[in-house]
Design a protein around this ligand. Structure first.
Ligand code: AMP
Length: 509
């Protein structure tokens, strides 16, 4: 059925054509007519189904006729990436209209977002936390919202946003249209829909828990230590050209990026420890083909819209079947076809079986001819967390020893310049320094002057917190408000260790 059957305004039909959409997807066919009538929508649709245009097009059509200058539409989305991509779709589909929009999410300055509220942009696409931050100020109000969209509601539930969402809902006018989109419908989501929606048009376009149809899924069994070599080999042999590669942890994402760099494969990373600017640059660069590989943790699994993406690689088997489906949803968008490969080490076989049960199919196994599956590697891919902490401690101890020596030398010089018997003073200072050194290493975790230990906690990226190895200093840092998670993780990953060490360190120059 063509788009013309949906009776969209010519300005919107033109934008749809500009984007190269020839036919509406099933979710668009079923959502757009009732949404245009002003009905509530309850849609069970996975990412990749064309769900964004399914709510953006009717919204744009309804807003076209209304006066500008009032924020009438609020779209809530779980992640920054999804919020910015939904807002991008609003701009693309609304480019022949005068409808305005803004994306509101954390990790970037509040100023331009405040300006958008003050201007009264027509559509705000927001993540819940940052929206609530703005709503504390008098310039932000949801009093005139006429249409609310909840996008990827199940993801917002998973991410613990439900209390935030309830607070936002309490600030919205009761009389409004609500468009509710979720890939899955667990019980708390159903409960929420019962409260929120009035006589909704209910749409389920895809079988629950199934990746999009056009995707060729395959499993590559390989020893854990050879996964990076297999990825490099698949890239070098042209089996993979451009790929979004998911790893289980940020550490593994970083390690993989290092291995790829050594193998001269251009890559970039996107995960929770990266700043918004770094994430945007990574995504843009990948979309433009500047990088062969985008390494990502689960944070990127939803909402990244990379058109015509050829390959998704699960470098690690996702622990949850649902995560597998969402990751694999990165490829095979709308009418595209794609390939989703999963690397499976022997100890991940049971997680894989759980996924196969959930999707109701056994995935074909593949091997790369000529690849040495029995190769022995001396390089471990992942450095165990305890070793990482030990290494950081050792480095810190060396740094402290060097700082002490320097201090001692300075004291000696000062004594000599003061014309006192240098030897006596020097020995005294040396003795004091040695005593201080021993005392300090013995009390690192508890002494107030042992703030360098906080650096350990920070650079081990929470490792200290979970292991208790770096003890109180790691915890203190972890709970220190402004320097909390974001700050410490940035320090841990993207800043050389020791940078940003708190002043007051008695040994700092
Ligand atoms: P979504 O499910 O909203 O994340 O959309 C997935 C992708 O499908 C995006 O890249 C859209 O640009 C694309 N898309 C949306 N609607 C259509 C359509 N009718 N035909 C072709 N591609 C579409």
């Amino acid at each position: 059925m063509p788009f013309s059957s949906l009776q969209l305004h010519p300005d919107l039909a033109r934008a749809v054509k500009d984007l190269g959409y020839t036919q509406p997807t099933p979710i668009q066919l079923q959502s757009i007519p009732p949404a245009l009538e002003g009905r509530d929508i309850l849609a069970c649709a996975a990412t990749g189904s064309g769900k964004t245009a399914a709510f953006v097009l009717p919204i744009l059509q309804r807003l076209r006729e209304l006066p500008r200058g009032t924020t009438r539409v609020l779209v809530l989305a779980p992640t920054r990436e999804l919020a910015s991509q939904v807002e991008e779709q609003v701009r693309l589909l609304g480019k022949h209209t005068r409808v305005s929009s803004a994306a509101i999410f954390g990790g970037v300055g509040m100023g331009p977002q405040e300006a958008a509220f003050r201007r009264g942009v027509d559509i705000i696409v927001a993540t819940p936390g940052r929206l609530l931050d703005h709503l504390k100020a008098p310039y932000a109000s949801l009093a005139n919202i006429e249409i609310l969209v909840l996008d990827e509601a199940d993801r917002m539930l998973d991410m613990g946003f439900m209390p935030d969402i309830k607070r936002i809902l309490a600030m919205l006018p009761g009389k409004r249209q609500t468009l509710f989109f979720s890939a899955t419908m667990p019980a708390p989501i159903m409960e929420l829909t019962r409260k929120l929606l009035h006589d909704p048009a209910t749409i389920a376009v895809e079988r629950k828990q199934a990746p999009a149809k056009g995707i060729d899924q395959a499993v590559w069994p390989v020893a854990a230590e050879l996964k990076s070599a297999l990825l490099v080999a698949l890239l070098k042999e042209g089996v993979l050209k451009q790929a979004l590669v998911f790893t289980r942890t940020k550490h593994r994402a970083n390690r993989l990026a290092e291995v790829l760099a050594k193998a001269e494969v251009s890559s970039t990373r996107i995960h929770g420890n990266r700043s918004q600017a770094q994430r945007t640059d990574a995504l843009e660069g990948f979309k433009k083909g500047r990088y062969e590989v985008l390494v990502a943790t689960d944070i990127a699994a939803r909402g990244i819209d990379v058109e015509a993406l050829d390959h998704v690689v699960n470098f690690d088997v996702p622990a949850m079947a649902e995560d597998y489906i969402h990751r694999v949803g990165r490829t095979g968008r709308a009418d595209e076809t794609g390939e989703a490969y999963t690397f499976v080490s022997p100890d991940e076989e049971s997680d894989l079986r759980t996924i196969e049960r959930a999707i109701g199919a056994r995935l074909p196994r593949r091997t790369l001819p000529g690849f040495d599956y029995a190769a022995r590697t001396t390089q471990r891919f992942e450095v165990p967390i305890a070793e990482r902490i030990a290494e950081i401690r050792k480095r810190k101890a060396e740094e402290r020893a060097r700082a002490k020596e320097k201090l001692e030398r300075r004291n000696l010089r000062a004594a000599e310049e003061a014309g006192r018997p240098a030897a006596g003073r020097g020995n005294g200072a040396r003795r004091a320094a040695i005593a201080g050194s021993q005392g300090n290493s013995g009390q690192r975790a508890s002494a107030p002057t042992s703030r360098p230990g906080a650096g350990d906690g920070g650079s081990s990226n929470g490792a200290g917190r979970s292991s208790g190895g770096t003890g109180e200093s790691g915890r203190r840092r972890g709970s220190s408000g402004g320097g909390g998670r974001g700050g410490s993780s940035a320090a841990g990953r993207d800043r050389p260790s020791g940078a940003g060490r708190p002043t007051g360190n008695p040994y700092a120059d």
